[in-house]
Write a protein that binds this ligand. Sequence first.
Ligand code: SAH
Length: 711
Amino acid sequence: MTAWDATAAQRSGVPVLAAGHVWLAGAGPGDPGLLTLDALAGLQQADVIVHDALVDQRVLALAGKDARLEFAGKRGGKPSATQADISQRLVALARSGQRVLRLKGGDPFVFGRGGEEAMALAAAGIPFRVIPGVTAGLAALAAASIPATLRGINRAVIFAAGHGADEEAFDWAPLARTGQPIVLYMVMHNLDRIAAALLAAGLAPQTPAAVIAAAATPKERVLISTLARVAADARARKFEPPAIVTIGEIVNFRARLLAAGCCRRRRKATEVRARGLIVAAPHSGAGKTTVTLALLAALARRGVMVRAAKAGPDYIDPAFHAAVTGRPSVNLDSWAMSKGLMDALAAQAADGADLFVIEGVMGLFDGAAAAHGRRGATADLAAHFNLPVVLVLDVARQAQSAAAVVRGFAGHDPAVRVAGVILNRVASERHGALIADALAPLEIPVLGMLPREAALTLSERHLGLVQAGEHADLAALIERLAAMAERHFDLDAIAACAAPFGGPLVARDDKALPPPGQRIALASDKSFSFVYAHVIDAWRAAGAEILPFSPLADEPPPESADSCWLPGGYPELHADALAAARRFSTSLRRFAETRPVHGECGGYMVLGESLEDAAGHRHAMTGLLSHATSFARRRLHLGYRSALLLSNGPFGRAGAIVRGHEFHYASLVSTGRDEPFADISDAEGRALEKTGGQRGYVSGTFFHAIAAAGG
Ligand code: SAH
């Protein structure tokens, strides 16, 4: 039974579309569920369906199988047929004895010139009927959970067209004076002008405003803003027609309705309310982390809901972010992750936040020699999410020349916008003033100046900062950072730089790593701390359980686990204790007889026969694999890696490709006798030597996995 048969069976007196008649019907916006039953009857009976661009493909798919579809609308903003031509076409089709359905998006009589078509049909003596549809203004409000009217709040709703033949002459002031909500159609090209007119007429800048684009379609997006900012926000987030803009107090009820469980249709695109910005620098060591933490700490103290992310592969900075924001920070990596995975992670991380800060990696444009957008560069994230960059400059050894640096960075890539600078290590007031003067013509504001003596130096060690968990006085450190930002940053100006996310975050996390087991024993202590939050989250999301244990405390992997994971960290700093942890090593060996054990980087070192520490002392390791490593012969291994798996294992089946990175100073002193784990290549796709080892259930490699390849 077709939809039509089913419907017809339940209705008596289904209207009949006769030969030579025209039905002028509304298709509703998007979702075919918004179609009326009469319009559906027309779709099933018509010989010809004359439709415009706003009629959703899913609605057209309901046409009878012999129906002919004729497009009569606008393409690329220019009419492909004039209104008179369309009217004449309807008349001609009817006169030739066809059953004609003229299908228009929304309602035929609400904007969109259906009235003119009706007049032309009447004048030509063609029998016609008008079938109303759900108009976009109402459907969009419903889609966004905004009530059109609410007792005590408004007693009128104004539907207005944002452009039309008489737009210049139109006086918005009387509409503003009513104080009633205004629902604007066809307004995206004129939003600046109309918002300005409404403001000039006395509406408050803080008046809530919403933009609902492509309502009731899979591309639906909602932006919540204020009258003063809505035009700029919509532009920054690349909102495009068709969209409805709603201005008025009714917008405020959305949050309450959503909080109260007003269910929204499931969509692919995720809405993120948070505004975002990126803290970047011309080079490493300019003070990005200090500035990011200080900013987050100060804003959090002011009650702003802050969240953070780190560009590129890094385990250490996100732990500090998390300590400051109270929520996990996430890595966003344009080389290793698909755009879908980055979107999923960003949407998740920014959910519920006011401000989302991404801390860059190295210099703003530094990354692999790969395609734009896939370099792992901070700039890729700025372009992908369309977020502004706040540039941290270390001016310790320069003055006015800083302006040339900023000019270069601001102009280097049109997809990357530098919204402001923070000067670090400023020697004196005069030094700062010289730089500020030189920057003035660039119209890129100075958002903060950290005097040389004020800057807190976070202690470092060979793979980055001393880790958050190791600072006994972390809370005091965060307090000092917050106080420093209050004193030396223009926090309001920095927050005002932040912009809404540029595109819809189309979250596809299908490239997340699969869990290595159902119940995963995860080594977790000072020696095994390099774990990506996104990896663990993905494992949990896939239904796995995480069972932490501490090898340093000589704990065995929990007996109930069905797999064991030894992440990277600093085994070289704890080699003595690990070598002495007999209960751990014995139980791990027994575990590995029946269940998979995998070690990454530091974890791989612990799986080997021995580890030589910085002083040249050899310590016995668990010996589940036969290689030996040394930290005495330090050599930096750093870079992105693709790993082609050589056999089935914790990341997937043989032949699968996993993206990740290597970052360690330790080296192999003996490769051992095990089978290699993977073929690896570097960021540019150059093949490197085989990596890691595997024997029975045990595998390990220096490679840290980030995501499955592809996308
Ligand atoms: N007759 C239609 C309106 C046609 S005018 C109706 O009643 O809905 C075209 C305008 O309608 C667009 O510029 C946009 O403002 C609005 N519109 C149509 N479909 C929309 C949709 N799915 N989401 C948001 N706005 C839509």
